[in-house]
Design a protein around this ligand. Structure first.
Ligand code: ITT
Length: 197
């Protein structure tokens, strides 16, 4: 079964491809005329609404094209820091692009603790239906930026289910086995028909 991933983030595509290929699915980035479409993320919405919005936008783009019957995956994710009331949450992209990882570290204080979690919602459109999978990865914001693998906030996030390294210090296989994205994609894949390889 072949899935088109509506995302502008190539790291997400390679993670999803690795995770879902083990489950028998092929994943490629959705490209319209050779380019990843720019999907608008409604800010101030929950990540589920954002994932649905991405699916709807992608569906509109493929309507009337040879991709119209394709299975489409969209996903929204974010970093939720306990002591900041879940911030940056839906604003994660904006925060990464503005204050960045050093800015997040500066917001951490010894009094409030460093607990945080990544959340992801994967939405798969197939034949008029949308299936959802949720994934959470709990952990802590590290003291320092560490590691060059992964992307986004990986170098400042130490997952509880790991061994003390940040996600930025893990191989993609290690990260996906415990990550929010790995969990969300596995959950949604279980709702789809078993793929015929
Ligand atoms: P889309 O085109 O799929 O929207 P995006 O990179 O904008 O790609 P999101 O809005 O879902 O993706 O991500 C929100 C932010 O959270 C963004 O800054 C990401 O870098 C970050 N993020 C999401 N998943 C992550 C992960 O697995 N590791 C580190 N940072 C992550």
């Amino acid at each position: 079964m072949h899935i088109l991933f509506a995302t502008g983030n190539k790291h997400k595509v390679s993670e999803a491809s690795e995770i879902l290929s083990h489950l028998g699915y092929g994943v490629e980035q959705l490209l319209i005329r050779g380019k990843a479409p720019e999907l608008i993320e409604p800010q101030a919405e929950g990540i589920e609404e954002v994932a649905i919005s991405k699916i709807k936008q992608a569906r509109e783009l493929v309507m009337g094209t040879e991709l119209e019957g394709s299975i489409i995956l969209a996903e929204d994710s974010g970093l939720f820091i306990d002591s900041l009331g879940g911030f940056p949450g839906p604003y994660s992209s904006y925060v990464e692009n503005t204050i960045g990882l050093p800015g997040i570290l500066q917001l951490m204080t010894p009094e409030t603790g460093r607990r945080a979690e990544f959340r992801a919602i994967a939405a798969v459109y197939i034949d008029g239906n949308i299936f959802f999978g949720n994934g959470i990865c709990e952990g802590e914001i590290s003291e320092e930026i560490s590691g060059e693998m992964g992307f986004g906030f990986d170098p400042i996030f130490i997952p509880d289910d790991g061994d003390g390294r940040t996600c930025g210090e893990m191989s993609s296989m290690e990260k996906s086995s415990i990550s929010h994205r790995g969990r969300a994609l596995k959950a949604v894949s279980e709702l789809l028909n078993p793929p015929s390889k």
